[in-house]
Design a protein around this ligand. Structure first.
Ligand SMILES: Cc1cc2nc3c(=O)[nH]c(=O)nc-3n(C[C@H](O)[C@H](O)[C@H](O)COP(=O)(O)O)c2cc1C
Length: 427
């Protein structure tokens, strides 16, 4: 209840941050944050080719495709590979101050295949992981961020961070990642496994009062744009998203993984992924989560559109993207960028070339020249069920009004004979 009351306060004051009750931790005005000049727009392949470049929170990206935080951004070698293959930006694996507290287990992944009994030949449609955040020493990760920014100064590198409920720790972590020259920060308020045991990740993202306080600390400290990564494991995802934006975050990223139990072995009766005979609920990703992610992104985009000035904020769609069409769907709902994690784990870094080609094909089909030409174009076509009933009743009424053909042979007339014939022809 407390969080509900807060969100209403934040909502009603959204246009005057200075007046907000919680501005005791107000972020520095966005104008004092340095404008990041990022990747120069590639000269387009030809004048007629659609332009995939996007400008997000002040930085330029050659395309909207971003490596989502996870294994594909876990060290220097793989992040360099992502830049070389042409990804628009890279979000590194989530880091915290003390990696010694992060202890991973193996196996840590389990897959769901389509087809009868998940036949080994079936397409992989679902992926569960019980992987924690980065278990590499922070110092090592920071050195690699710095090296990457030195070698790729015009590419966008985003640090993903997570900490416990401690203001000084958040401030130290932000300070240290910013010193490497990263372009933006994504805050992981959404990991559903392991970290909530330490009141981190999803435990923070589900608690609106806690989120308000921690976002306040973060935005008071950060000098680069901050994206809040939301958990789908909550009844109304717009509540934490609204709080994150109201307390100074420049962007929302959604979704992180969905809490799941991948399955139970019918031979051993043990759950998967099975570690020494036991398991723990994990996070679900891949194709199967795409429709859920679309719904969450649609909810957030509608909220942003009605309560915030969309031009000042960004939205990053995540979940089950493997094709340019999947990405187009997120953009049609209002996303500025699209993140891919499991898709890269299954298909490799070269996937970005296919994604770009397929997104361009979609744009050519509709004669869209830029991403902005269709961003959010499908959002107005969502309404309430009550409105669908009203629309359908009205359509049926109109169809009945336009009478087609003759009811009976007695209705033929001499004068209208040709027209009456035409009215009953199908092609
Ligand atoms: C193995 C694995 C590890 C992940 N680790 C992180 C992480 O460290 N931080 C984070 O914010 N998200 C993490 N994620 C979540 C992804 O970034 C992404 O939000 C989610 O998987 C949905 O997108 P996808 O279907 O493209 O994978 C991880 C996902 C997977 C599959």
């Amino acid at each position: 209840m407390a969080s509900l009351q807060f969100s209403k306060v934040a909502h009603s004051n959204r246009n005057s941050f200075a007046d907000l009750a919680f501005t005791r931790r107000a972020p520095p005005p966005r104008s004092t944050r340095p404008t990041r000049v990022g990747f120069k727009v590639f000269a387009s392949d030809s004048q007629t080719e659609p332009d995939l470049s996007v400008c997000v929170n002040g930085f330029q990206m050659p395309n909207p495709f971003v490596i989502g935080s996870g294994p594909p951004g876990t060290n220097y070698t793989v992040m360099k590979r992502a830049f070389d293959e042409g990804w628009g930006a890279v979000i590194a694996k989530t880091v915290s101050l003390d990696a010694a507290k992060v202890i991973n287990v193996t196996p840590r992944y389990a897959r769901l295949r389509a087809g009868a009994n998940g036949s080994a030949k079936g397409q992989i449609i679902g992926w569960e992981n019980i992987e924690l955040i980065s278990d590499r020493p922070l110092e090592t990760m920071l050195k690699e961020f710095k090296q990457l920014k030195e070698e790729y100064p015009d590419r966008i590198l985003i640090a993903s961070i997570m900490e416990e409920y401690n203001k000084a720790d958040w401030e130290e972590l932000i300070d240290r990642v910013e010193q490497t020259g990263i372009d933006a920060i994504e805050v992981n308020f959404s990991c559903p496994h392991g970290m909530p045991e330490r009141k981190m990740g999803m435990a923070m993202g589900q608690d609106c009062a806690l989120l308000e306080e921690v976002c306040g600390w973060i935005n008071a400290k950060a000098t680069v744009p901050v994206w809040a990564k939301m958990t789908p494991n909550i009844t109304d995802i717009t509540m934490p998203a609204r709080i994150a934006l109201s307390t100074g975050c420049e962007g929302i990223a959604a979704i992180n993984t969905i809490q799941s139990v991948m399955g139970i072995s019918l031979d051993t009766l043990r759950p998967e992924p099975c570690v020494e005979g036991y398991s723990t609920p994990g996070g679900y990703s891949c194709k199967a989560v795409h429709p859920i992610a679309l719904a969450k992104v649609m909810n957030i985009a509608q909220m942003m559109k009605s309560e915030f000035n969309m031009k000042d904020y960004s939205l990053s769609g995540i979940g089950g993207v493997e094709t340019g069409g999947d990405a187009a769907e997120f953009i049609l709902l209002g996303a500025n960028t699209v993140q891919v994690c499991t898709g890269v784990m299954m298909h490799g870094y070269g996937l970005v070339k296919k994604l770009c080609a397929e997104l361009k094909d979609f744009m050519k089909k509709h004669n869209f020249k830029t991403i902005e030409d269709f961003r959010g174009a499908s959002l107005p076509y969502f309404t309430t069920h009550t409105e669908l009933v009203r629309l359908q009743k009205e359509a049926v009424r109109q169809r009945k009004a336009v009478k087609k053909g003759l009811d009976s042979d007695k209705d033929w007339t001499g004068d209208g004979f040709v027209k009456e014939t035409e009215s009953m022809v199908s092609n």
